[in-house]
Design a protein around this ligand. Structure first.
Ligand SMILES: C[S@@+](CC[C@H](N)C(=O)[O-])C[C@H]1O[C@@H](n2cnc3c(N)ncnc32)[C@H](O)[C@@H]1O
Length: 197
């Protein structure tokens, strides 16, 4: 199974925190949630561990979603004080009783040519309140041949086209950070952060 650990992943999470702090504030307001695609969240070295340690979130604000039941069961054991859901991320958003993220991190591995990516991001954005940051990870360079490379401008350009007039509320000062994902096939990821004004 792929693991989302290592120096580069940690740096990308640092960048996410820096983006949130530069645009919103030091910590998520206590009544707000942090939504993320979970994968494994061990007690040390994971996304939740990093964000709790830095004071960005409290464990109770964490909403970690994954379609893999084994992962969710393990995460529940590691972080019983946080919230873990097994299922499709977008179904969970749809069925959440109180969907109120301060920060929603769609840590996708999609390339910016998939229509589904835009539908999903636009769906999440349509349910967010003013002041929410939505952060999306997109794969700009594939791990395996033919190593297609996508420009960093493609994702915001197509998203703007998809959101139409709503782009004005989200897109004005979006932030971008790029990093290399370590592993068997090295990829280049683009992280985009949008704040609803
Ligand atoms: C990139 S990893 C998440 C890494 C994690 N955010 C971190 O920083 O450690 C993506 C995970 O989301 C799961 N996943 C992908 N798309 C999903 C979806 N639509 N709904 C639920 N889980 C999904 C995959 O099974 C995988 O475990």
């Amino acid at each position: 199974m792929t693991t989302y650990t290592g120096q580069k992943k940690n740096e990308s999470r640092e960048a996410l925190q820096t983006l949130y702090r530069s645009l919103v504030g030091h910590s998520l307001p206590l009544e707000k949630q942090y939504w993320t695609l979970a994968h494994k969240q061990p007690r040390v070295g994971s996304e939740i561990a990093q964000f709790v340690a830095s004071g960005l979130i409290k464990p109770s604000q964490f909403r970690g979603i994954d379609s893999d039941l084994e992962i969710i069961e393990e995460n529940q054991k590691c972080w019983p004080e946080a919230n873990h859901h097994c299922g499709d991320l977008f179904q969970c958003v749809l069925s959440a009783e109180n969907f109120d993220p301060g920060l929603f991190f769609y840590d996708s591995t999609s390339t910016p040519v998939l229509d589904e990516l835009y539908r999903n991001v636009a769906f999440v954005m349509s349910r967010c309140k003013v002041g929410t940051m939505v952060c999306v990870n997109v794969m700009l360079k594939n791990a395996y041949p033919p190593y297609t490379v996508h420009s960093k401008e493609l994702f915001p350009k197509r998203l703007a086209h998809h959101l139409m007039s709503d782009w004005d509320k989200w897109g004005e000062d979006f932030q971008f950070f790029s990093y290399k994902q370590e592993g068997a096939g090295a990829t280049r990821m683009g992280m985009y952060a949008f704040l609803l004004r």
